[in-house]
Design a protein around this ligand. Structure first.
Ligand code: FNR
Length: 387
């Protein structure tokens, strides 16, 4: 019932706006500084249009996509998102269950408030995302813990050398460590469904949420000042830290946050099996272009590395465009978290099905049976009017 009128991925965010207190909604929907990158992530998709093929018998359509030796139901998965359990009741578990049921990968966040072991239990195909710890002892502990939990794919997010300038969070009254304020309290009063159904329910059943998977501040509650320290060591990280992890991690290694060809080449030389071309949903350096704009050139130097991307994917046609420009797989963030906030696991399943149904329809209309058929030949650049 809550999902009535939700016909497309963007409807989830609009509905979540009514459901979540503003500080929480802004944390999810917002980005850094002027939101240039956030907007460009959407705008870039409008810079390409399709050329269709007709009468090509599209009755055997399948979205099945092979990735790291597994066959997933389609070419998209769920991007890692921290603090999900503060946005939706047991948010990470809701996302994980829905992803497992639909046979798509979910990436568990290193800033999650749910233990990576618990998520993996309900979603055996989930991947784990970590922020690189700089300290060799912590690197060993990271690799050991993630491997012990049974994860096969480790994603290292590398675009967070320092804390981003999330002015909109400050303006909306959201920060970690979380500080109680009149503002937050008032927003809680006018959004009782979140306050009771997510916040109080979490407190009563699970206690104060902790950062469970961060290798710098493991176990710190969200109200602890230790959370700040998580960023204090990140600016000295370099490729040698990645090399150290590569030496110890036997599974698939994916680097998330690559934008340029030089970095893609280094990632490949250092032994990464995959990269996610990403500007962190516009949440790090404001002004970074949309990953879609650099996808083709990055893919051209990737060799045998698997190229994936995220940022601004909201339509089946966006998935097709990304595939045409060289991505084997894409990830979607905000809409899935908004779906979890509105209707938990059911909401996330609905979001997955919505995008997947669009893709099947789009495949028929563009004239393909497999997403592997997507190529540059189906795209034409569209000159956008400057406004
Ligand atoms: C993120 N993102 C993110 N990335 C990451 O590597 N680790 C993390 O913990 C988080 N946390 C996070 C929280 C929230 C609320 C959002 C919205 C995003 C970035 C995320 O993985 C992804 O790169 C973008 O969200 C993709 O863009 P769209 O699909 O949200 O436009």
């Amino acid at each position: 019932r809550r999902l009535r009128g939700v016909l497309a991925l963007e409807d989830f965010e609009a509905l979540a706006r009514k459901h979540l207190p503003r500080p929480i909604l802004d944390y999810v929907a917002g980005a850094a500084e002027t939101n240039f990158s956030l907007k460009d992530n959407r705008a870039a998709f409008a810079d390409y249009g399709f050329v269709t093929r007709v009468l090509s018998d599209v009755s055997k359509r399948s979205q099945a996509t092979e990735l790291f030796g597994k066959t997933y139901a389609t070419s998209f998965g769920i991007a890692p998102m921290g603090l999900s359990a503060l946005v939706a009741y047991q948010g990470d578990i809701a996302l994980a269950r829905a992803s497992a049921q639909r046979n798509i990968p979910m990436i568990v966040s290193g800033s999650a408030l749910t233990r990576l072991e618990d998520v993996r239990e309900v979603a055996p195909d989930a991947w784990f995302q970590a922020y690189l710890p700089g300290d060799p002892v912590k690197i060993a502990a990271l690799v050991q813990r993630v491997a012990n939990a049974g994860y096969e794919t480790l994603v290292l997010t590398v675009d967070t050398a320092t804390r981003a300038n999330r002015e909109n969070n400050i303006r909306a009254g959201f920060a970690t460590p979380l500080r109680p304020s009149l503002r937050l309290a008032w927003d809680g009063v006018i959004r009782p469904r979140w306050t009771i159904g997510t916040f109080l329910r979490t407190l009563v059943k699970h206690g104060v949420p902790h950062f469970e998977n961060s290798f710098s501040t493991r176990g710190a509650p969200i109200i602890s000042r230790n959370v700040e320290r998580d960023f204090s060591m990140r600016d000295h990280l370099n490729w040698s830290h990645l090399r150290e992890i590569r030496r110890q991690w036997k599974g698939n290694l994916v680097v998330k946050g690559i934008m340029g060809t030089e970095d893609a080449k280094v990632a490949r030389a250092e032994g990464a099996q995959g990269i996610i071309v990403s500007n962190h949903g516009g949440r790090q350096l404001d002004g970074t272009v949309s990953p879609l704009r650099v996808l083709e050139r990055v893919a051209s130097v990737a060799g045998d590395m698997t190229v994936m991307m995220d940022g601004g994917i909201r339509r089946g046609t966006d998935v097709l465009k990304a595939r045409a420009l060289g991505a084997r797989f894409v990830f979607v963030g905000r809409p899935f978290l908004c779906a979890a906030a509105i209707a938990g696991e059911v909401g996330v399943r609905h979001a997955i099905d919505t995008l997947s149904n669009e893709i099947t329809r789009n495949m028929a209309l563009i004239g393909i049976n497999s997403l592997d058929e997507m190529s540059r030949d189906f795209l034409v650049p569209v000159r956008q009017q400057q406004v």
